[in-house]
Each structure stands twice: as C-alpha cells, then as structure tokens.
Design a protein. Structure first.
Length: 197
C-alpha cells in the first residue's frame, strides 16, 4: 500500500515521516531522491543547464539555490523545472518502493511536495496532506533552509493554496498548536489499518 504524503513547504512533512518510519512504514523521500538524480555529474544537470542557463552549474556541480531562484520566479519556469525533474524522480521512487515491498514492507510513504503536479498521486492508495498556517511555515523554512525571507516567500508562492491539498486528500494532519501531531498520526495509522480512509 502506498500513502502519498504532501502539503505546502514548511508544513512539517518530514516530522510526520519520522513518526511513520518508527511505526514501520518505508519512507520514500522525493527531496532526497531529487538530490540523488541531480548529483554531481548526473546527465539531468546538463538538461537543466540548457533550460535555465549554464551559470547554474559550477563544473559538474549544481548550484541548487541559483536554480531555485530562477525556477520559482514564474509559474511557467516552475513548470519547466518540474517537467524535467519529475520523470527521473518518479522512476527512482518506483524502483525504491518496489524493493521495499520485496523486502517485506507493507506500507510505503511517498513523501512528495509536488505529489499532484508530478502525477505521483496516481500511484497512491491514500493521500495525506500536512497543513500549517503561513506564518508558522515561513518561520520553519527560514530556520531550515537559512535563506532570505524574500526567497522563502517566493518558494511558498510557487505552490498551490492549502485548500487544494485539503480538498484532494483523504486525510489532513494539522501540524501546529493546539493540535497534537502524535495523536493525529496514530489516528491515520489506525484508519489505514482498518482501510477506513
């Protein structure tokens, strides 16, 4: 069974994944896989350089921050980035989850910020979104990524509204006070176990 986990940047998807991992779920982290498929010297880097300019590469190393600054400026550029990277990331995700199921895992969590945009939602049995207010997410992003507030807001603005995630999910986890995160994840696990979602 594949559970798609998504939500806006800074909502706390990784925290939810950590809890689910302790429950015995296999976690397929698309951000981590993204780094693998765009590692130094990867062929995908040269496709990105052709689309976004050679200055995003320092030799065979990708300047991720510069690519993000360029790609998240406009919706069309974000879509261009996604059209180049999503197929490679999705292919690796499928391979990793197949191996996990062969190794005996019953549940895999596909942790994907762009679950719907990439078409990865079609692989999933359940969709879970993690939500948090904008001000909470902004603080988390600034702390996590050590970037300027304008860059954080640009990234946030490149994503769909919270209402989209809520409307297209089977289960919503509210990752901010006064909601209890552990309790909500326990409810999710119980629902999945009972196939109630």
């Amino acid at each position: 069974m594949i559970i798609g986990l998504t939500g806006q940047t800074g909502s706390g998807k990784s925290t939810v994944c950590t809890i689910l991992e302790k429950q015995g779920y296999y976690i397929c982290d698309c951000d981590k896989i993204s780094k693998e498929v765009m590692a130094d010297g990867a062929s995908l880097l040269y496709v990105l350089a052709k689309a976004f300019g050679d200055d995003i590469l320092d030799g065979d190393h990708l300047n991720r921050r510069l690519l993000a600054d360029k790609a998240f400026r406009e919706k069309d550029l974000t879509e261009l980035l996604n059209s180049i990277t999503h197929p490679a990331i999705l292919k690796k995700c499928k391979e990793d989850m197949s191996k996990a199921f062969e190794e005996g895992y019953e549940h895999a969590v596909l942790d994907a910020p762009t679950l719907f945009e990439s078409g990865a939602d079609k692989l999933c049995d359940y969709i879970v979104s993690v939500s948090a207010p904008e001000n909470v997410r902004l603080k988390r992003i600034l702390l996590r990524d050590k970037i300027h507030i304008d860059q954080a807001k640009t990234r946030m603005g490149a994503q769909k509204d919270e209402s989209f995630y809520i409307e297209n999910s089977d289960f919503v986890i509210r990752n901010y006070p006064p909601f209890d995160l552990d309790e909500q994840v326990r409810e999710l696990v119980e629902e999945i176990r009972n196939h109630k979602v």
